[in-house]
Design a binder for this molecule. Structure first.
Ligand SMILES: CC(C)(COP(=O)(O)OP(=O)(O)OC[C@H]1O[C@@H](n2cnc3c(N)ncnc32)[C@H](O)[C@@H]1OP(=O)(O)O)[C@@H](O)C(=O)NCCC(=O)NCCS
Length: 165
């Protein structure tokens, strides 16, 4: 079964939040403190509220990857924020099947079509799967690094990656 990438609808906020939380819990199991990942499911309504607002703008850059009726992943291309915000996530059962590449190609064509000339994004230094994925697909480290300290009191290093479109 193929995946279909499309804009997420505001009435899908609950499924979107569930997908985000499931993706985070799998992707960051050994990176983000467990207490924060547990907090996400225990307070899922905070994420539902957040996505109700975010998905209300159909041009907001919030996409979902549908595998039949199941939300298999999500893509965020929020170029309205002060700093561009990029996210690609799949639920763990869909990793390693080429879907990530399919979402990446979609993202690149959307951004090119909108006239953007480059993508910059942040990846946790310890997120080796994602770093390999980006490096295999033409992204390079751009030499910048930052520390984020908003996930359970443990500072995490993020590396900047860039791709010319
Ligand atoms: C990073 C992520 C989006 C990549 O997506 P993906 O679908 O797993 O990536 P792909 O399948 O396109 O490529 C991954 C691997 O599968 C292999 N692959 C590609 N097509 C395949 C196919 N049809 N069948 C089997 N394997 C395939 C690729 O060669 C690649 O191999 P590698 O492990 O040596 O790198 C995904 O793993 C993910 O959601 N991770 C968690 C969230 C995350 O960290 N996101 C990034 C935040 S910055």
């Amino acid at each position: 079964l193929e995946i279909l990438i499309r804009s997420a609808k505001s009435e899908e906020a609950e499924a979107y939040a569930g997908c985000v939380i499931a993706c985070w819990q799998a992707a960051y199991r050994d990176i983000v403190p467990a207490a924060y990942l547990q907090y996400m499911s225990a307070h899922a309504e905070e994420w539902v509220d957040k996505y109700k607002k975010a998905l209300a703008d159909p041009g907001g850059g919030y996409y979902c990857a549908m595998h039949g009726d199941k939300m298999a992943g999500f893509l965020i291309l929020d170029w309205h924020r002060a700093e561009n915000f990029w996210a690609i996530y799949l639920v763990a059962e869909f990793w390693g099947m080429g879907y990530g590449k399919q979402i990446l190609d979609f993202a690149i064509s959307e951004l090119s079509r909108a006239g953007h000339r480059e993508v910059r994004l942040w990846v946790f230094e310890e997120n080796h799967r994602a770093r390999r994925f980006y490096e295999k697909n033409g992204f390079g480290l751009d030499g910048v690094k930052r520390v984020v300290d908003k996930y359970g009191g443990v500072p995490l290093v993020e590396l900047g990656y860039a791709l010319r479109l």
